[in-house]
Ligand binder design. Structure first.
Ligand code: TYD
Ligand code: MG
Length: 455
């Protein structure tokens, strides 16, 4: 029999190579390739069409078991999951170190345990004493969570199979787990994949909801192979700037619900608190109207969130290449908007440095932000503050048209709720909502005239 071929797998992207290399040919990460245990090579002689056990079919139109979800009592967490925990499902939660994954999951476990169901929290990173200290700090030391510090998947599964299946099991984190059946150190691709596979199988068989915590690499993907994302039912990411208070729980994949819902939390001295009105959080600290600041009613799934966009323009004396920096938005999109403002509105940014920031460390992905960014840029360029009671939304095309965007009414209603009584948007946009004066702007030059002429 031919010797099985060696395979090297990249821990960042899952790319496969036949020889070891310092840099992955697929994703260009360094030192991420490691050897994977040899696999059986199937030959044509293997016949897979007999010798198996029959599988059961059920007609789709026959009513099956309906999905029963369990609310955790933390509404923002349930919302991001699409309405609570699904029994027998596996959830992967990624996030930067120190962002608050362990804190959140300990709080969720405590809530479940206090409601009378069994919650198991297994930490591979911290000793049980450390987790207990954290629980004390969170005021949860009385919660009947089953706590353990362990890293051997064999030990964990043996123990879990000896008891009644818990409602909720947290593995913090999957990269610290190891199986004695698999070669390699914890955290390598084959270990992570193998351990996750066994744990997920247990969840499916027992009806337990399994949460796997996963570390995140520099570029934001969950470390370890991408395959982990295919194995689980739900992929969530816990995001935020460590220097800021707020955290967003976002679902990136959900086999049981929508993926665009978010949960918003604030990190306080006694753990994470739910933020049911995120607009307040992102707009806090705004006082005097300043040139270069525009308020944008963004949509996160079905939920509006008001955020402040800030622009700063610095004229350069010398002929040095001007800098452009963007935090919280797409820099390519800003370059495009600057080009449209130059080509269609006759403005010049060529000898100026341009900085754009989304306040609160928030990251915008909503295309309707174009108009608010343009308003902030023009306001900064002309040193004219925008009206303090106005919000801006709409997409800008290369021709300089302001295009209609989805959810115009919801955006206006949220603005009105927070005291913004004027909204500027696309000409063929939504009708004015109660309590809001809506001004349609057809083309970008309309916006520029309006800002630069009056104030
Ligand atoms: P942690 O949950 O350990 O993060 P992760 O598991 O994602 O690595 O969060 C640790 C950070 O949270 C730490 O820097 C301190 C902060 N924190 C608070 O601000 N308040 C608290 O009540 C707790 C428990 C942590
Ligand atoms: Mg942790």
């Amino acid at each position: 029999m031919a010797k099985p071929k060696r395979r090297y797998v990249c821990a960042a992207c899952g790319g496969v190579s036949n020889r070891w290399q310092g840099q992955c040919a697929d994703c260009s990460e360094w030192n991420t390739l490691s050897e994977e245990a040899p696999q059986t090579v199937f030959s044509a002689k293997h016949d897979l069409s007999s010798g198996g056990r029959p599988i059961l079919f059920t007609p789709l139109d026959k009513p099956g078991e309906s999905l029963k979800r369990r609310a955790t009592g933390i509404a923002e967490f349930d919302r991001a999951l699409g309405g609570g925990l699904v029994p027998g499902s596996a959830v992967l939660m990624g996030g930067d170190p120190g962002i608050g994954k362990s804190t959140l999951l300990l709080q969720v476990s405590a809530n479940i345990a206090q409601s009378g169901a069994m919650a198991v929290y297994i930490s591979g990173e911290e000793a049980a004493g450390q987790v207990r200290l954290r629980a004390e700090r969170l005021g949860l030391s009385q919660a009947p969570i089953q706590l353990a510090a362990a890293t051997s998947v064999r030990d964990i599964l043996t123990t879990l199979r000896m008891m009644d299946p818990p409602a909720f099991v947290v593995i913090d984190s999957i990269q610290t787990m190891h199986s004695d059946q698999i070669e390699g150190a914890p955290g390598t691709v084959s270990q992570v994949r193998g351990c996750a596979f066994e744990l997920i199988r247990y969840a499916k068989e027992s009806g337990t909801t399994l949460i796997l915590v996963g570390h995140v690499t520099k570029d934001g993907s969950i470390a370890g192979p991408r395959v982990l994302e295919h194995m689980v039912d739900v992929v969530m990411s816990f995001e935020g700037e460590r220097s800021h208070q707020y955290r967003i729980l976002r679902s990136l994949k959900n086999r049981f619900g929508p993926v665009d819902e978010i949960g918003v939390f604030a990190m306080e001295g006694d753990g994470l608190t739910e933020v049911s009105n995120p607009s307040m959080l992102f707009l806090s600290g705004r006082d005097e109207p300043m040139a270069g600041s525009a308020v944008f009613p963004a949509m996160e799934g079905t939920r509006p969130v008001l955020v402040e966009i800030q622009a700063l323009i610095v004229r350069l004396q010398s002929g040095a290449t001007p800098r452009r920096a963007v935090v919280g938005w797409d820099s390519g999109r800003m370059a495009m908007l600057l080009a449209v403002l130059e080509a269609r509105c006759g403005l010049s940014f060529s000898s100026a440095e341009v900085y754009l920031n989304v306040a609160g460390g928030y990251r915008l992905s909503d295309p309707a932000a174009d108009l608010a960014v343009a308003a902030a840029l023009v306001s900064a360029l002309g040193d004219k503050p925008l009206p303090s009671d106005a919000t801006w939304f709409g997409e800008v095309s290369l021709a300089g048209e302001i295009r209609a965007v989805a959810h115009g009414s919801i955006r206006q209603r949220e603005s009105a709720k927070l005291g913004f009584t004027r909204a500027f948007g696309p000409a063929n946009g939504p009708a004015a909502e109660k309590g809001v004066r809506f001004t349609p702007l057809g083309m970008l030059p309309n916006l520029v005239d309006r800002i630069l002429s009056d104030a």
